[in-house]
Design a protein around this ligand. Structure first.
Ligand code: F6P
Length: 535
């Protein structure tokens, strides 16, 4: 049933797709942004849209009214409005795993009754209340470590969505940390992060939050086991129950690990890893920013959800952002898209969006099991502010690649002086203008071709509420793109093979077993590794 809903027809067979192809070839391929602005004094207004606290200015993109109308027609012909309803009503939009994807329920109000009949949804607020009580008890010092000291250092142990969400959001919301609380994170497989971190920590004041939907992920298990050993060694085995909390759907594994039942927070199989910040995976974040700010984050996301569900296509920010992305990806042939936030506190936002986009859309098979007929899953990359200018902007301005850009710009600083944010704003505006206008010069080395498109997302200040809106904006943008392509954004089978091979190689690397695989290069590399290890 749901399979058909997720765009049963190939997008390339839809009338709007064919018209867009002709429109691209005849009108837009060689169009000039400068000419588009010269022809329309109201372009900046007419190609801007607001939602909640966010303004999206997409006027510096290579599109016209005709393009926008055709892109909206494409969305309608690909059944985007119906797919949005399927998402919010708990239909099994994750067709390959036959379940809903209900991150929107996690930030809804109970009175919204989002997908109420889905098992687990009614428990969302019970878990949230438990989380809030736990956070308050830690922050108020009612709940302390094994030796009676306050728990001030929160260490998130997780990877992928169980790391990127809490890490990105805690950095973004640094201004809102409760005084005295600190956030740390450990994710990577090689163990050095934890080694470096525990040098700076007092175990008596440290609370590890193990975040893993499955509780089987190798990185998280090995980091959690090492952290557990450190706590047991420094404070004694009995201290483990006072210094570990967990967010997971795997209660058996939490039992085995020894997670105190009062320190466990569940969630549901319909929460995807990269959409899980809103669930108990947000616990470590909530522990540093507090429950009120965590609630504001959820409220911000809900605000964007309502806009996404209710706004007409021509005013619908996630839909427009998605269709602009489809326009560049599938008609201009753009392979990458840069995310450039002008607030250093958003320095992990590009990495967060990398997983959101690339794990969701990096697929060549559609939800209905047929191969796709278009490019999907553009490469997302980026860096915060002028760090990026002094690194890769050279390529953006004068290189041969076509790279559409999203600038993300808060106009007030969350922590630094207004004067410093003025500098950031000036740089951001200068860059989007320079990319578009270019610079003519007789000196070919110094000429800038210009005509390079960008969108700008503007808001007053980076707060829990605006961050919630921003994240939900991109979540829905990715959803719409996948509906167009007919791809299921909610599975990630592509990461499984590598995990399986790594498990089979573990014993080979540690020299107990011989390599049974058939790859000559792996074989040779293993020989060299063993040789280097033996000397
Ligand atoms: O990388 C694959 C993945 O399954 C991600 O989707 C997920 O965010 C991450 O691993 C972590 O998974 P878990 O929360 O189960 O440890």
């Amino acid at each position: 049933m749901a399979r058909k809903r997720l765009s049963a027809r190939y997008p390339t067979d839809l009338p709007a797709w064919r018209l867009l192809k002709t429109h691209y070839r005849d009108d837009m391929k060689s169009s000039s942004l400068r000419a588009l602005f010269a022809d329309d004094s109201r372009r900046a207004d007419r190609f801007s849209v607001t939602s909640g606290d966010l303004l999206l200015d997409y006027s510096k993109n290579l599109l016209t009214d005709v393009t926008r109308d055709l892109l909206i027609d494409l969305a309608k012909q690909a059944s985007v409005p119906e797919a949005v309803e399927d998402l919010f009503t708990g239909k099994h939009v994750n067709v390959t795993e036959d379940r809903p994807a209900l991150h929107v329920a996690l930030r809804s109000k109970m009175s919204d009754q989002v997908a109420f009949e889905t098992p687990g949804v009614i428990d969302v607020w019970r878990v949230l209340t438990r989380m809030e009580n736990f956070v308050t008890a830690v922050q108020e010092g009612e709940l302390r470590g094994h030796t009676g000291q306050c728990l001030t250092d929160i260490v998130n142990i997780g990877i992928g969505g169980s790391d990127l969400g809490p890490v990105m959001a805690s950095r973004a919301l640094r201004h809102f940390w409760r005084p005295g609380m600190n956030f740390h994170s450990v994710s990577n497989i090689d163990g050095t992060q934890l080694v470096d971190l525990i040098e700076t920590l007092n175990p008596e004041q440290t609370l590890f939050v193990v975040c893993s939907k499955t509780f089987t992920t190798q990185e998280t298990k090995s980091n959690a086991t090492a952290a557990r050993a450190w706590v047991a060694e420094t404070l004694g085995e009995d201290a483990v129950r006072d210094h570990f909390a967990a967010a997971s759907t795997n209660h058996e594994a939490m039992d085995t690990f020894g997670i105190n039942p009062d320190y466990r927070f569940g969630f549901w199989d319909w929460v995807g890893g990269r959409y899980s910040l809103w669930s108990s995976i947000g616990l470590s974040l909530a522990l540093v920013i507090g429950t009120e700010h965590f609630q504001s984050l959820l409220a911000g996301a809900r605000r964007m959800d309502m806009h996404f569900r209710q706004a007409p296509p021509e005013e619908n920010m996630p839909l427009l952002l998605a269709m602009i992305s489809v326009w560049y990806n599938n008609f201009f042939g753009a392979e990458t898209h840069a995310i450039l936030p002008y607030d250093n506190r958003l320095d992990r936002f590009p990495a967060y969006l990398q997983q959101l986009q690339m794990e969701s859309s990096g697929k060549g098979v559609r939800g209905d099991s047929r191969p796709v007929t278009t490019a999907t899953g553009q490469i997302i990359w980026g860096e915060a502010g002028s760090n990026a200018q002094h690194s890769f902007y050279q390529l953006l301005h004068q290189g041969t690649r076509f790279v559409p850009v999203d600038f993300i710009l808060p106009v007030r600083s969350s922590g630094a002086t207004t004067a410093r944010q003025d500098l950031a704003i000036a740089n951001c505006l200068a860059q989007s203008e320079a990319l578009m206008e270019g610079h003519e010069s007789d000196d070919t080395y110094r000429a800038h071709p210009g005509n390079r498109p960008s969108s700008t997302i503007l808001f007053e200040r980076l707060t829990p509420e605006t961050l919630g809106q921003l994240i939900a904006l991109y979540e829905h943008k990715v959803f719409v793109e996948n509906v167009i392509w007919g791809v299921n954004p909610f599975d990630q089978f592509g990461v499984e093979l590598g995990k399986k091979l790594a498990t089979s190689l573990e014993d080979v690397v540690s020299a107990e077993k011989s390599y049974k695989g058939r790859n000559p290069s792996t074989h040779r590399l293993l020989e060299r590794i063993k040789k280097l290890r033996s000397t």
